[in-house]
Design a protein around this ligand. Sequence first.
Ligand code: GDP
Length: 468
Amino acid sequence: MGEAPCIGIVGAFGGDEGKGKVVDVLAQNAGCVVRCEGGANAGHTIRLEDLTFVGHLLPSGAAAGTLCAIARGVRVDPTQLLQEVSTYTAPGAGGKSRSLSLLVDDGAALSLSWHQRLEMYFERVKEKQVRGTGSTRRGMGPIAATAALRLNPRVGHLTRPEELRQWLDDFYEAFQPQLAASGNSVTPTMLADELAALGHRLAPYIGDVRARVEQIWRDGKSVVLEGAQGMVLDPYWGTYPYTTQGMCTFAGLLQGCGLPVSALTDRIGVCKAIATRVGNGPFPSELGDPALLADEPKVVDADLDAFAREMLAKINAGHASDQELGHYLRVRADEYGATTGRHRRTGWLDGAWLEYFAAVNDPTELALTKLDCLRGLRELKVVTAYELDGRHLPPGTVPALASDFARVRPVYQTLPGWSEDISDVTRFDALPAEARAYIELVEEIANCPIRWIGTGPFREQLIVQPRN
Ligand code: GDP
């Protein structure tokens, strides 16, 4: 079936890898961009000519003007989605409004305000066993759970008020004790009224995403499947229970959008030159203690240059602590959450995890973003293996239990850094030799070519290597 490329893009680490930029480039020539998994807990930066905003549900390809589809694997919060649609279509600086071609799958699970209440309840219960899972409190776990119990309404119910009311009544009856315990005051009648109004506004966008995407693909146009978060957060293959609900693998993309497995021609894994993680959970190459992050001051733009100069001098003289190095990377790479504004935990690129990512996903190519953020560091480290209880773990494997993962020790290879500014470099062979060596080491560990190299935050700051 189908001749056109079907390109999947997923995050190789903890999300926020800069998938949006790669999607943006691919979306220029695509028939559609499909958001396949996750929900409003993910955030990506959408840069338009006259507007930059953080999208949670709209695919990042929206900016390219192609069809944006929200597939069945996405948990849809109608209030959030309509807000994003309004922001996107509002008249820009020149007074011209933007049009948006959007299709939302009628079978996607509806996210309700009740789910966030249930999340508060269950996060409190879990505190007893594990430190909070670092949830963004957007109700992702409860949506998956109530859908698994066949108690969750779907997006299509938004246009059928009577059926929806029945679903809400059943939901409420099943979870009334937990909702009451978490301070809920929204009754089924209130929620039904609110959703009816939202449904009216969303109705023109609701339809059969799978069939439409398949048609576009059969017609010979390329299809871009956009993942959310990264594999560290995958419910099966991530660091459970510090994980999310949406699947973060290429297999998850196909499951989410309903195209056959055989459709996927290109599998792009996106990896950042600085490893980051939001929320709790194992992070072997982390620099510093996450407990100290809440008190770490944010550096305002005006002080950035002075901060970077002073810190680099200290780091390169060997006088900086891991905490300071982690802070420097956070500031340098602007690692503050798009959804929550939280400080992201930072660390060295984790090649051992990347090898595991490659084993599970078999990417055809990798994108390495934020390479520019390593500039000026005299020495760089990359994790090449994991050690547990004094023994190397077999390559491409990680512990299944978080309690074991927390005891994993990283084995590092140290490489020399570079001082040249690479933000305008457009060809691999024009990069400093040290940067090329760094890239080649990562390729060797992952056993996969790095075709995309991020050299700055803007769309054009991307080296795209020809295919071999
Ligand atoms: P996503 O969640 O993986 O889609 O990540 P985003 O698309 O939100 O990207 C995170 C941020 O990183 C955005 O502000 C991007 O502009 C920025 N970014 C992406 N690639 C690069 C890069 O190569 N260098 C720098 N400095 N910033 C980048």
